[in-house]
Design a protein around this ligand. Sequence first.
Ligand code: K7E
Ligand code: CUA
Length: 675
Amino acid sequence: MQPVTVQKYWPKAVVAFLLIAALAMVVLMSCSKDEGGDGAEELSVTSGDAAAIAEARGLTPEDVTAALKTYTPTGVHDEYIMFASGGHSGQVYVIGLPSMRILKQIAVFTPEPWQGYGYGAEGSMEILADGAAGDNQLTWGDSHHPALSETGGDYDGQWLFINDKANARLATIDLRDFETKQIVKNPIVISDHGGSFVTPDTEWVIEGGQYAAPLGWEYSSLDNYADEYRGMVTIWKFDREAGRLDQDQSFAIELPPYWQDLCDAGKLVSEGWIFCNSFNTEMATGGVEDGNPPFEAGASQNDMDYMHVINLDKAIEVAQAGKTMDVNGFPVIPLDTAVEEGLLYFIPEPKSPHGVDVTPGGEYMVVSGKLDPHVTIYSFEKVQAAIAAGKWTTDDYGVPVLNLDDVMEAQVELGLGPLHTQFDDKGYAYTSLFLEPSVARWALGGPYADKNDDPEWSLVSKETVHYNVGHIATVEGDTVSPDGKYLVSLNKWAIDRFQNVGPLLPQNLQLIDISEPGDNLQLLYDMPIPDGEPHYAQIIKADKLNPWEVYPEVGWDPHTQSPSPYATLIGEERIERDGNNVEIFMTAIRSHFTPEHVEIQKGDHVVWHITNVEQTYDATHGFTIPVYNINLSIEPGETTTFEFDATDDGVFSYYCTEFCSALHLEMTGYMLIEP
Ligand code: K7E
Ligand code: CUA
């Protein structure tokens, strides 16, 4: 065990917050109790200091409350954990609430040196290689929508999925060690958007498309747009036992070349169905340089686009019955078949819609029109009735279009630029308003109406956010039972919120207290994220997560989550040679690697295994070989493998890159490559 360092001096900010906390206690006590006892006397002395600090810092009573609601003393853990997309960084941010402290960045689509992801370690090299697009190795992703695995519609804290919009890929992250285990490339489309969304028991992970193109990465002129370009939704089978998306049991549905956008899975009453909104039913193909309307105008002419209502259970049946076509080796239910089998319906949705969000009980689907001040709420029950009654017209592709009035439950006028909707436990929904910019709280109706005193289907209140909000995320917000304590507004512009750091600004995540009903939203905290852009996030109750502190046994392979055949214990270290092939079995422990000398010849092929034999919490060792671009992170218990060709001779010092002990600098060795 390493000695624990004791912090002897409290940082000034901490002192300030504690004094402010004391001040608030005094305020509370003096409200509830008029005569203060001895204790109140003592506190009032502190309150003078706290008041002075608050005054010196120019803090309002509201600021002080916000500080008290978010300040988290050292050693105290956060109540919620947010998994936020890292946007172009191709990573996932792990952030604690309410402190808004960043706990981790999980490398997903992008090599990341600290985690030793993509710098030699075999598991990560394989994962990134599996995510290649044909022959093109990809080293970044536009990570968009994280989705936690669910059991019975509730986050279960076991798995996390996220999509890469640019390259139509999905990744699987294991929450036992918060590491990426898999990347799959969609075989039929080049880019996507509407992913990832899970069904209530995570049997399926949904990936919707966006910009239509010929399926199977084929070429076709834009003149053939209506005939040969297509949209799609891909339904990936998740094998929970294996912890992997199983491409062999997955399939897609061919859709018209409207730009499918986000999707959501039905839950409870609507379980077995999925919903995807779309825009560009105009089938605009752009070409502003040739005198055509630009995309943003061309794709916004129609008053209505179509929400896609898909009978998932039926689609699974149809796919399993083999009523599919083969696109690039992947089964796809043809559009005609989808129509014939009655598994695809459209519902008009106004105007330039974005996002679709299913209420916690699964009764309603909420859609925002970016160019419409309303949210539109559809009733699943009414959709079912309209389908049963066979009441529809058809679009150009023969897809049934239900009548808006038959299926709409309500519209609520919220304001400018509504985008995404989230839910709480008090019968409220929250919608981001990009153009105002603000977050609107509004009251749901139907079974939610008696959960608060506000009139059903009405706007209740708004909170200004800074600035240009995209997605919002409430705690446990996509489950069947949201918690309703906090909301995070994921703002794309920060403008004046922070010190100027030049023309490229951070994004701004803002924490909002939504615990009180009525007109009572309070902005608590601004958190700059130096990454664009933290698209979407999901927030889980921290106690649902149960990650390992160290790997279950010494010699663990995190890629397979099982003991590694190359596990090396103390005393088993060795170097084996077979012709030009050299295999090294090394151990790492504070503060040495064994062996400390590795002597090889130029031209050798080297396979190198390192086992961190420690079982101490946080006793991670790094390992680097300069020039060869090798950098690893070997967590307690882990066995990792890398290989390389000894192309350059010389003397190379390999060393541990984590400051693991007092003698960390001595944790090194010589690799001598003889010419
Ligand atoms: Cu989730 Cu921007 Cu990709 Cu809305 S989308 S903001
Ligand atoms: Cu191991 Cu430093």
